[in-house]
Design a protein around this ligand. Structure first.
Ligand code: CA
Ligand code: CA
Ligand code: CA
Ligand code: CA
Ligand code: CA
Length: 397
């Protein structure tokens, strides 16, 4: 090629190359990545429209809420409550930000610490008693980013986390590591991690306490549901594992690693449809309300019914009777598109004398009703008991 046009071509190519390089580099900048992710979410996923709820479903007012998480769009996902048995009012709440890491909040909802540890989706906690008194607090989580399972020791005074694994847990991964929960066996005092995979696989890993205080992961077995699961919770005392299969319902398995891998479906989705259950897909977080000293049958299983933004309450023990559902609001802001939740029955003092429920709010707004990033809302269990008449139910039995 000749002439002015021909001479311009190298310049055009150079210009395109520079632009491409700038674009590629800017896509590596977290803020730009975040905007892109939000753009994709808003463009290709339908906006949330809550499904129908049963007439008379109570709306329970939350006591407080956390600040919005740092990232826009779908970011906050799942909480875990650590009960400080010596100073209940100094208990802590862990909350995931699946774009960035893990936050630690005080009971009044204030941010105590923020850890940029990756795409942490679900989180759980267990305190293991020490022979000489006291305990160690272990926090476990699923990292969606590289399908790893994390185990840290929590320093309650400042919310610090330190890795306690002898070797990283690379999940077996068939599609993407997703949900997570811990199980402390009453038989062997062994701590186990369960991780759900978007393929339907549920992996069980033993976390063996080794001499130097670290935990050594050992793969034990795989359970399975037929479609995408996420949330799970273990009932340690009863050796049960509950798994939410998002579109289908809640399964229960024996949590011991040498037990049968057969599960039973205890609650179904399809609320409002012919022959449907009490949940509206997706089934998200699961949590166990286990009142101390009341025996292994007392208490409830709580499930986040994302499709209609309700929290469904079932008996903790078979036949897992449905006790009712409720919604949560903080002032005028109702929770919606709800992901994970956690609950404790321990008296945490003040409004939480009957325990605390923490839920994620997927559609959050500020006081002036402008859109805010997602957050977590803290509700007194006493108010939930009142709204559903659960105390009366228990006393009459
Ligand atoms: Ca979500
Ligand atoms: Ca959790
Ligand atoms: Ca989900
Ligand atoms: Ca809301
Ligand atoms: Ca979730």
């Amino acid at each position: 090629m000749t002439g002015r046009f021909g001479r311009a071509i190298p310049g055009v190519i150079l210009g395109i190359a520079v632009l491409t390089a700038v674009l590629a580099a800017s896509l590596q900048v977290p803020a730009v990545k975040g905007e892109m992710r939000c753009f994709v979410q808003r463009s290709f996923y339908p906006s949330y429209e809550p499904g129908p709820v049963a007439d008379g479903t109570p709306i329970v007012q939350a006591q407080s809420e956390t600040p919005p998480v740092r990232d826009k769009c779908d970011a906050a996902d799942d909480p875990a409550i650590w009960v400080n048995t010596e100073n209940p009012e100094k208990s802590l709440v862990l909350g995931t930000n699946k774009q960035r890491g893990l936050n630690v909040y005080t009971l009044d909802g204030q941010l105590l610490a923020s850890h940029a540890v990756g795409k942490i989706n679900n989180v759980d906690v267990r305190a293991l008693p020490l022979a000489n008194g006291g305990s160690r607090v272990f926090v476990g989580a699923s990292n969606k980013g590289d399908s790893r399972l994390e185990m840290w020791e929590l320093t309650p005074s400042n919310g610090a986390l330190s890795n306690v694994l002898t070797t990283p847990i690379n999940a077996k991964v068939e599609r993407e590591t997703y949900g997570f929960c811990l199980y402390l066996s009453p038989e062997t005092q062994t701590l186990y991690a369960f991780a759900t995979d978007k393929s339907g696989a549920v992996e069980q890993w033993a976390l063996k306490d080794v001499a130097d205080g670290r935990l050594k992961p050992v793969f034990k077995r795989q359970l399975r549901v037929q479609s995408q699961p996420e949330g799970c919770v273990a009932d340690d005392e009863n050796r049960r594992l509950f798994v939410g299969e998002e579109d289908v319902g809640i399964w229960v398995f024996d949590a011991e690693p040498d037990a049968s891998t057969a599960g039973s479906l205890i609650a179904r989705t399809g609320y409002g449809t012919l022959g449907g259950g009490v949940l509206t897909a997706d089934v998200e977080g699961l949590a166990l309300y286990a009142p101390p000293g009341e025996g292994p049958d007392a208490g409830f299983l709580i499930a986040s019914s994302q499709g209609n933004a309700t929290n469904a309450v079932f008996d903790r023990a078979p036949p897992y009777a449905f006790r009712g559902a409720f919604q949560i609001a903080f002032k005028a802001n109702k929770t919606a598109d709800t992901d994970g939740l956690d609950v404790t029955a321990v008296n945490l003092s003040g409004p939480y004398s009957r325990g605390l429920l923490v839920v994620q709010d997927g559609v959050n707004s500020a006081e002036d009703r402008s859109r805010a990033n997602q957050n977590f809302k803290f509700t007194a269990w006493a108010d939930i008991e009142d709204a559903l008449g659960l105390v009366q139910t228990r006393r009459s039995e």
